[in-house]
Design a protein around this ligand. Structure first.
Ligand code: FER
Length: 297
């Protein structure tokens, strides 16, 4: 009587182990590994330049930062990620709060990125584009919408005339945090002929209502390579990501919807950059999208 029971227990244990390893083998890394944002002295580093471009939209010269990858060469041609800041920041916000150059240098050293140019613009398209005074003032908020024209007709043409860039939609990505996340959704989904990769980290209330955001779901389905929406589970702005996600589900537009532990801060945004940057400008496994399920761990 004893033996069959032991055999049964053994079989159960083996089955449990197989099941666990199957589940883990199917899992994907959703959070950056410890040290992902710590400067490593012993690896090659990219370079950050400040550019000044003539903005016909705003009527003056405007600043942007450009990060080129370690090993960048004018002999090659690169895809471009436009990486946008939030309401409290400017072209330096990512650099000050998120050290994207360290995150990306480290990912390059691990062979996890397709070499790209990252442009960090000032998304408040008005003459005084500093994040000073009342940052919620209506004219300052409106300037985040005006940036669509500045980006499409002034900045992108400038970047593409000065840098070795592959100039088609499949080699152009747009992503951002909060107001920049809303801009990325609005401008990316509103200009699918220009962007194939769209990422929104903690998208703000400037995000268009879903019916205005996704005017033609069939075209979005065909054109988007990756649509990424992430947000902290305890972010007060979660509703803007959620309503967008629910509409995309209703219309059958494939996307990543990743609600992660966290609030409205750079921990979430840096993880967004870490995840999104590794996914772009390379083949996408759509079957992974469903694995970004809610987790409060
Ligand atoms: C608002 C709340 C938050 C809003 C914008 C934000 C325009 C943006 C936050 C951020 O960019 O971090 O009501 O209205």
């Amino acid at each position: 009587m004893k033996k069959p029971l032991q055999v049964k227990q053994l079989l159960c244990t083996i089955a449990a182990l197989l099941f666990t390893s199957f589940v883990f083998a199917q899992d994907i890394a959703k959070q950056a590994q410890a040290g992902f944002d710590v400067l490593r002295a012993d690896i090659p580093h990219g370079k950050i330049d400040t550019i000044l471009y003539d903005s016909k939209t705003v009527g003056n010269a405007r600043k942007a930062l450009i990060y080129t990858s370690p090993g960048f060469s004018g002999k090659n041609k690169y895809p471009v990620l436009y990486l946008l800041h939030g309401i409290g920041g400017d072209e330096k916000e990512w650099l000050n709060g998120g050290t994207p150059q360290i995150v990306l240098d480290n990912l390059y050293s691990e062979g996890k990125l397709t070499p790209m140019i990252v442009v960090l613009p000032n998304g408040r398209a008005m003459k005084d584009d500093r994040a000073t005074g009342n940052i919620m003032a209506p004219d300052k908020v409106a300037a985040f919408a005006t940036f669509e024209k500045d980006l499409l007709t002034d900045l992108i043409p400038f970047v593409e005339s000065r840098y070795p860039v592959i100039k088609d939609r499949e080699h152009r990505a747009i992503a951002g945090l909060s107001m920049g996340g809303g801009q990325s959704l609005n401008f990316g989904l509103g200009n699918l002929d220009k962007f194939a990769w769209v990422g929104a980290f903690s998208a703000a209330p400037n995000t268009k209502k879903p019916e205005e955001l996704v005017l033609d779901p069939e075209t979005a389905k065909k054109q988007l390579k990756l649509l990424w929406i992430s947000c902290g589970a305890s972010d007060g702005l979660l509703a803007f990501s959620k309503r967008t996600h629910e509409y995309l589900v209703e219309k059958g537009v494939p996307h990543v919807y990743y609600i992660e532990p966290g609030v409205h801060d750079f921990k979430v945004w840096k993880n967004g950059l870490y995840m999104f940057s590794q996914s772009i400008f390379k083949p996408v496994d759509v079957s992974n999208f469903a694995k970004y399920v809610y987790s409060d761990k």
